[in-house]
Design a protein around this ligand. Structure first.
Ligand code: PMP
Length: 404
C-alpha cells in the first residue's frame, strides 16, 4: 500500500491545525472522505439532482437508476442475498431504532428479554432499553472481561431467559475488540432467536458477508467508511423485514392511500419513507469502490501493523493504562495516563495538531464497569502513517510531562 499516494486522495489531511500538521487519529468517530467521494456528491448536484422514484422526467429516471445501482453495490459489498434486503437509513442509530421499535411492537411481550452486551454503544442500548420498559420486558447484558473480551462463561444461562432478540456489536468502538459473533449467532439461532449486528466499527475494517455470518439484521453508518454523514444501511433478511410493520409513515412507503385506510409498499421502500438522501447513497457506492480498489484485506493488514507499532511505542511510556487488550482487535487504542484526566491529554494533543477522542465514547455503562470516567482514544485508518504515530507518541510524552 502506498500511503503517500493514498493520502493525496484526502484533501482534508493536508492542513495545519493549531499551527501543526494535522494528525487525524479519530477515525472511530468518523473517517475522512477521499476526493472521489466528494466529487461524486458535487457531480450529483451539478448534473443529476432530481427526486428519485417520482415522475417520469429524464433526470428523475437517472437519479432512480443510480440509486438502485448503488443499492446493488451495497448488496454485493456485504453479500446480501437480495437487493431489497438493503434499506437506506440515516445511519446506525436509526437502523437500530427501526428494528428495535418495529420488532418490539410485533414480537416483544411482558416477561420476554432482549440480550445485549456490556460493551455496546448507547445506540445499541437505549433503543432496546426503552422498548423493554414499554413492553415490561427485561434487558439482559453479556458481561465483559478486563481484557475487553466478552465473558461468555454464562452465555447459555443468559440465552435460556426467554430471549427474543440478541443485539450485539461486531467491534467495540471503545476497546477495539472483534467479538465472536459467528459463535453468538449460532447459539442464538439454536434457540430460534434473531440477531442484530452493530457493524458501525467493522464495515470499514473487516470483510462483511451477511450470508456467511447468518445474522438477521446488520446496521452501519456511511460516515465511518469514507462516505458522508446522515446516511447508512440496514440489512435485514427478507423473511424478517417482511414480518416487521413499517417504522415511519408518509410518501414512498405506501402502495395506496385513502383517507380511511392505506396499504404499504413492498421492500425495501416500506422502510424508506420520504425523499431519499440520493447524493449520500451514491457516495456510499463510490466509497465502497474506493475501499475495494485498495483491498479490504490490505487495509486490515496495514491498520493492524499500525496498531502493533503504536501499542509497542505507547507501552514504553510509564504509567500508561490500556483499556482493551483483546487478542482479536482492530486499530483502536483506548488508554489513560495514571492520575491524569483524559480530557487534559486530549487538549494538549489538540494543541499539537493531533486529533484524538476523549470521554466516555457513548459507552457510559462500560466506563462504569471499567471504573473510569473516560479514556483517550486513538484510532487509525489506512491513510495514517508510522510517522504520525511517532508524532502522537511524542505528544503523549509531552502531555505526561505537563500534567503528571
Ligand atoms: N455503534 C457503534 C459501535 C458506534 O461506534 C457508533 C458511532 N460511534 C454508533 C453505533 C452510532 O453510529 P451513528 O452515530 O453513526 O448512528
Amino acid at each position: 500500500m502506498d500511503t503517500t499516494l493514498i493520502r493525496n486522495d484526502f484533501p482534508i489531511l493536508h492542513q495545519n491545525v493549531n499551527g501543526k500538521p494535522l494528525v487525524y487519529l479519530d477515525n472511530t468517530a468518523t473517517t475522512q472522505k477521499p476526493q472521489v467521494v466528494i466529487d461524486r456528491i458535487s457531480d450529483y448536484y451539478e448534473t443529476i439532482n432530481s427526486n428519485a422514484h417520482r415522475g417520469t422526467h429524464t433526470l428523475g429516471r437517472i437519479a432512480t437508476e443510480k440509486l438502485e445501482s448503488a443499492r446493488t453495490t451495497v448488496q454485493k459489498f456485504i453479500n446480501a442475498k437480495e437487493q431489497h434486503e438493503i434499506i437506506f437509513t440515516k445511519g446506525t442509530t436509526e437502523g437500530i431504532n427501526l428494528v428495535a421499535q418495529t420488532f418490539a411492537q410485533q414480537f416483544l411481550n411482558e416477561g420476554d428479554s432482549v440480550l445485549i452486551s456490556a460493551m455496546e454503544h448507547h445506540a445499541n442500548i437505549v433503543p432496546w432499553q426503552q422498548m423493554c420498559k414499554q413492553k415490561k420486558a427485561n434487558l439482559l447484558v453479556i458481561p465483559v472481561l478486563e481484557t475487553g473480551d466478552l465473558d461468555l462463561s454464562n452465555i447459555d444461562e443468559l440465552f435460556s431467559k426467554n430471549v427474543k432478540m440478541l443485539a450485539v456489536t461486531h467491534i467495540s468502538n471503545v476497546l477495539g475488540t472483534i467479538n465472536p459473533i459467528e459463535l453468538l449467532i449460532e447459539k442464538a439461532h439454536a434457540k430460534n432467536i434473531p440477531v442484530l449486528i452493530d457493524a458501525a466499527q467493522s464495515v470499514a475494517h473487516e470483510t462483511i458477508d451477511v450470508q456467511k455470518m447468518d445474522c438477521d439484521f446488520l446496521v452501519f453508518s456511511a460516515h465511518k467508511m469514507y462516505a458522508p454523514m446522515g446516511i447508512g444501511v440496514l440489512y435485514g433478511k427478507s423473511e424478517w423485514l417482511n414480518k416487521l410493520p413499517p417504522y415511519q409513515f408518509g410518501g414512498e412507503m405506501i402502495s395506496e392511500v385513502r383517507f380511511e385506510e392505506s396499504t404499504f409498499n413492498e421492500l425495501p421502500y416500506k422502510f424508506e419513507t420520504g425523499t431519499p438522501n440520493v447524493d449520500g447513497i451514491l457516495a456510499i457506492e463510490t466509497a465502497i469502490q474506493y475501499m475495494q480498489k485498495i483491498g479490504l484485506k490490505q487495509i486490515a493488514d496495514y491498520e493492524h501493523k499500525l496498531l502493533t507499532y503504536a501499542t509497542e511505542k505507547l507501552n514504553e511510556i510509564d504509567d500508561i493504562i490500556f483499556h482493551g487488550t483483546a487478542k482479536n482487535k482492530i486499530a483502536v487504542l483506548s488508554f489513560n495516563l495514571k492520575d491524569v484526566h483524559h480530557s487534559d491529554v486530549g487538549v494538549i494533543l489538540d494543541q499539537l495538531g493531533i486529533a484524538v477522542r476523549t470521554g466516555d465514547h457513548c459507552a457510559q455503562p462500560l466506563m462504569r464497569i471499567l471504573g473510569i470516567s473516560g479514556t483517550v482514544r486513538a484510532s487509525f485508518a489506512f491513510y495514517n502513517t508510522k510517522e504520525e504515530i511517532d508524532v502522537f507518541i511524542e505528544g503523549v510524552k509531552t502531555a505526561k510531562k505537563m500534567l503528571q
